[in-house]
Design a protein around this ligand. Structure first.
Ligand code: APR
Length: 241
């Protein structure tokens, strides 16, 4: 069974999918770059930077506790589900900038989170030490909750000004992709937006976003639609390759 499984994986085409906030919009989760520049009524500098944690940890805990509690009632949409279903035909690796768990709940089995996960907590002294990660589900983190190293627990969110440890494994996946799909991202935040450059020159890239912001290149097909319909359209084209 093991050898047969390996053989099937070897002959399947590998698709690396980079997702951003846009894929979860139709699940009722707001994107980041709204017209007023605010994220859930807060300035990004107040709730998503390393320095903000030291300035006002209670605000950060409250902000992510609320978002985590709301996540429980959100459901994966057609786009998340389609990516999970396509694992029967393709080897699919999802690289997501999202901190929600909708890819996993849709059934995707290989998900790399670049910017952390809402349902995990980490040490506030060493945010990249996985030994200190704790699965907290949808529960709140309170002041006084401690990581294994004795430090205050904080959300396992990669804040601006912090390293992105999963960028290397993500880049290795993109380098070996036969096909790339990019869904619902403004391509404004690096290093995530730079992953497109790791694709081989002849790798077809499909970009699904109702307001696509990407430089055109010969192998790029833009599908200017919401994720739910756009991902189906991308696979209509991919299935014919
Ligand atoms: N389907 C697909 N895409 C959509 C939809 C939809 N229904 N609705 C909006 N979009 C697109 C927008 O057109 C935009 O291009 O989703 C994109 C969302 O862009 P951002 O809000 O900038 O989100 P993202 O690119 O994921 O941001 C990257 O920035 O704040 C940080 O860490 C945060 O991971 C996040 C990163």
């Amino acid at each position: 069974m093991g050898r047969l499984y390996n053989y099937i994986i070897e002959i399947m085409k590998k698709i690396v999918v980079l997702t951003g906030a846009g894929i979860s919009v139709e699940s009722g989760i707001k994107a980041f770059r709204s017209e007023d520049g605010l994220w859930e009524n807060h300035r990004v500098e107040d709730v998503a930077t390393h320095s903000a944690w030291f300035r006002n940890p209670q605000l950060i805990l409250d902000f992510y506790n609320t978002m985590r509690a709301q996540l429980e009632s959100k459901q994966p949409n057609r786009a998340h589900i389609c990516l999970a279903e396509k694992e029967k035909d393709y080897e699919i690796v999802v690289v997501t900038q999202n901190v929600d768990n909708l890819h996993e709940r849709a059934g995707s089995t290989h998900v790399i989170h670049l910017h952390g996960e809402l349902t995990k907590a980490c040490s506030s002294s060493n945010e990249i030490d996985e030994y200190c990660f704790v699965d907290i589900g949808y529960k709140p983190i309170k002041m006084g909750d401690k990581a294994k190293d004795g430090s205050q627990l904080r959300p396992q969110i990669v804040f601006f000004e912090e390293a992105v440890p999963n960028i290397e494994p993500a880049a290795r996946q993109v380098e070996t992709a036969d096909i790339m799909i990019i869904i619902g991202t403004s391509m404004q935040v690096y290093p995530a937006a730079g992953l497109i450059r790791y694709a081989k020159r002849d790798t077809p890239i499909f970009f699904v976003d109702p307001k696509p912001q990407v430089q055109s290149q010969p192998n790029l097909t833009i599908i200017a639609e919401p994720a739910s319909t756009g991902v189906d359209k991308a696979f209509e084209l991919i299935d014919k390759l």
